[in-house]
Design a protein around this ligand. Sequence first.
Ligand code: UDP
Ligand code: MG
Length: 346
Amino acid sequence: MNAIADPGTIVSPLGNPTRRLSVTIPCYNEAAGLPELYRRLTAACHEAVGDDYEVILVNDGSRDATWEAITSLSAKDDHIIGVDLSRNFGHQAALTAALTLSNGERIFILDADLQDPPELLGAMMAAMDAGADVVYGKRRKREGESKRKKITAKLFYRLLAQLIDFEIPTDAGDFRLMNRRVLEALLSMPEAHRFIRGMVSWIGFTQVPLEYDRQSRFAGETGYTFAKMINFALDAITAFSARPLRIGLYAGVGLLGLSWLGIVYSLISWAFFSTQPGWTSLIIAVMFLGGAQIFMLAMIGEYVSRTFVQTKGRPLYFLREIVGSPHKTASKPAPTKRRATSKAEV
Ligand code: UDP
Ligand code: MG
């Protein structure tokens, strides 16, 4: 039984898994590297699961010959499924398209540029055999990436960790292996702004890291412009945290408190010292109204953030397991000898 509260709007079209492994790869201007990716990935898949796998390559509106490269791979090897998006929708949307089409019991997320070595599949499968639901790649080193990218990424993950109430691993991308129940949980979250690595962390279950050194790109250049990175960071923060709005609430309460001190001060000045006519009433109005406005704005923000969470329509929780059999005991008279534990896998 699958314990998904509400399947939401994004649903895997092919219910039961028909393969042991799906590999999902978003591709944007990756034509030059695809033959090498195919070669290394095919070897890794064969070693891990023999013939029982599929590779879903999504062309995210590339401007080069990526789609031609995908169609020619798919023509010669029927493990390869090619998907062509109508334009460039971005990494996370392209990855979602691939995940939605996955038929595997296990799903391996990979970038097309060979920065994350496909050969780690074997180690990830082994960690999953040992009980993990998600095995995520944790970067020890990042080769061939600019200083600016490394510093901004580091700062971003540290800031994010301060803003959220659950743990998103630092120094991890989308490179990971997950099982079907985590995939279905992920696809039951219908939100439009998708920060997939965060969503997977939010889902829970047993998630374990696998450390590795991130390589340089095999070919081509990064599809993440600075503007795309800012968008990505904002999507991540707003998807998981309402804390920035709280800053307004604290500032409003603080200012309102200070304004009372100011009001007392200006009234004392007015009563006992000489003040400019009009100063006292002006300063009271400015201080009190300023504080009250920020406070009310922040209160509106609190309601907006709740509306936002509600409109995302995420399930409230996912079940790992239920023990005992409440239905049996509810519908029948209490049995004389009840089994100590009856386990229902969910
Ligand atoms: N990508 C995509 N659409 C985009 C940008 C990137 O599908 O608009 C793909 C890209 O082909 C690669 C993965 O997403 O497989 C990660 O992108 P990239 O390597 O450019 O990011 P970086 O590794 O530099 O963070
Ligand atoms: Mg890359």
